[in-house]
Design a protein around this ligand. Structure first.
Ligand code: 4FV
Length: 277
């Protein structure tokens, strides 16, 4: 896959691409990521890329001429039909489903804005889609572009050591991920849940699904509302809610529920060492 990032700070983008899964995927040629400097498309002595907003108001706006020229230069290096995506707070919210969709493309152009925003005519002439990584305002689109690149490159076949990782993870089924544990078995008096020590794959799978469903219910009920639940997950949630309602779940179950804003979290009520299911 080839990705081109149009930005005022190409070094910022390139700098973040050299690490971990992303760095290895690029080293192994799974993804080629280039940058196009908007300032390279200015011809005045001050290399001006921004100007004051028509209608007044604070801040500056990215000028259409250098930006559109940069978009066209970068697009010329990409496979025909590669979508031109601008990262902006006005875009549709980027999620795992969008990441999977973009990871299937041969090419992608990302536009990272700066200042208060971009002259709308550059968007009309040079952008096919706007994406937002969340409902907050960044000082520039580079970090958003890097988030999108990271989320989709790790989905490329071979990018993760074990491709199962990208199948069995948060949001793959619209659910939050289960709690993870590794050695030591007891840490500051807290035990690894028995189910995970059982060696019984079915019990492990059930415990994890149970935790995912209950966590999603308590932290992100919007995901259940949007994606619904598969039959088994729905059954496990009902069992959990019944157990909770039946007072099966008491205080001091797990550190999870101490967190503000969380509806009570499941954790095996009868403490470590109890086998679920
Ligand atoms: C943003 C977001 C974002 C807005 C003005 C860059 C900034 C500045 N991009 N998701 N949220 N962009 O806040 O993607 O130009």
């Amino acid at each position: 896959m080839q990705i081109e990032v149009v930005t005022l700070f190409p070094e910022m983008v390139r700098g973040a691409l050299a690490y971990g899964v992303l760095g290895r995927a690029i080293e192994r040629g799974l993804a080629r990521i280039g940058t196009e400097d908007v300032r390279a498309h200015t011809f005045d002595v001050h290399r001006t890329v921004d100007d004051r907003p028509y209608g007044g108001g604070p801040g500056m706006v990215l000028k259409p001429e250098p930006l559109l020229a940069a978009i066209r230069a970068a697009a010329a290096r990409l496979p025909p039909g590669s979508p031109r995506v601008c990262l902006s707070a006005q875009g549709e919210v980027f999620d795992q489903r969008t990441a999977r969709e973009l990871a299937g493309l041969p090419g992608l152009l990302l536009v990272a804005g700066r200042y208060e925003g971009i002259d709308e005519r550059a968007i009309e002439l040079g952008v096919d889609r706007e994406l937002s990584i969340g409902d907050y305002v960044l000082s520039g689109g580079e970090i958003a572009a890097l988030a999108v690149i990271d989320a989709l490159v790790r989905l490329l076949p071979g990018a993760l050591g074990d491709d199962r990782s990208s199948i069995e993870e948060s949001f793959s089924e619209g659910l939050l991920e289960w709690p993870h544990y590794t050695r030591p078995e007891v840490f500051e008096g807290r035990h690894v849940p028995q189910a995970l020590l059982s060696g019984n794959h079915a019990a492990v799978r059930r415990w994890r699904l149970e935790q995912s469903v209950a966590r999603t219910w308590s932290r992100r009920p919007d995901l259940i509302a949007r994606h619904g639940l598969a039959p088994e997950a729905s059954r496990l949630l009902n069992e959990y809610l019944a157990a909770r309602a039946g007072g099966g779940l008491g205080e001091g179950e797990s550190h999870e529920q101490d967190r503000p804003g969380n509806r009570e979290e499941p954790h095996d009520p009868r403490g470590p060492g109890f086998q679920t299911g």
